[in-house]
Design a protein around this ligand. Sequence first.
Ligand code: 0O2
Length: 245
Amino acid sequence: MSSLSTEQNELLHDFFADDASQFLDRMAQFNELMMKYNSAIREVQTKLQILNDELSLRGRANPIDSIRTRVKKPLSIAEKLRRRGKEVSVEAIFENLNDVAGIRVICPFIDDIYAVADMLARQDDITVLAVKDYIKNPKPNGYRSYHMIVEVPVFFSNYKQPMRVEVQIRTVAMDFWASLEHQMRYKNNSEASRSICDDLKKCADTIARTDEEMQRLRHQIDQHTRSQEDLAAAVQTSESSAGKR
Ligand code: 0O2
């Protein structure tokens, strides 16, 4: 069991209840909203899986290494609303937060990130509401990732609702870095963390250079493979035309 601070307790209290019947109503409302976010995640995740399956059938390397999903936890939701000076209520979630439903897409190469983002954005039931390219514009701490807020329609029994999902797309190496940095941010905020932050920034820069180098090598390998294939095709054509003579 995790123990909550007084402030966290107050936040969750604001969220859910003053009395028992209110608590049950708000829990029901909250659960319904989370069910909708989970459904939206499934819609977008399926789209991404289909793209990956189709490209691998066409003999292309999979642009997606893995996909992880999550619905933001009640306490994180309440803390984010409070940080933004919004009312901590179930109604305020839908209006004010874009990342309650989150999908993290991990790609082998930087090019794959942009290809996946582009393929998703081109689907006609997806509306891209916002993009933050932290790869071209890394955060000062070294964080790199491509973020999209997309809206997808979800069909329920007698109505359709557009739902927002945050899609974070990054390389395996960027993800490795972000997981460690996230852990440091949430678990360690002492003064000692300054030197850790500096080292993390250095690590992020090394990782970025390695990602770029891997990308360059991939292009070289692709070019080499294509020229070998062209050569083999040319040899086959000249052999078959010589056979006809
Ligand atoms: P958690 O615990 O991962 O959910 P917006 O949602 O666009 O209105 P926000 O939240 O500032 O505004 O957007 P941004 O910058 O796109 O960040 C959203 C999420 O990206 C964060 O969610 C993190 O998951 C991730 N992220 C952003 N910056 C960093 C960073 O410096 N390091 C790491 N490790 N992750 C980062 P939360 O809610 O902050 O956290």
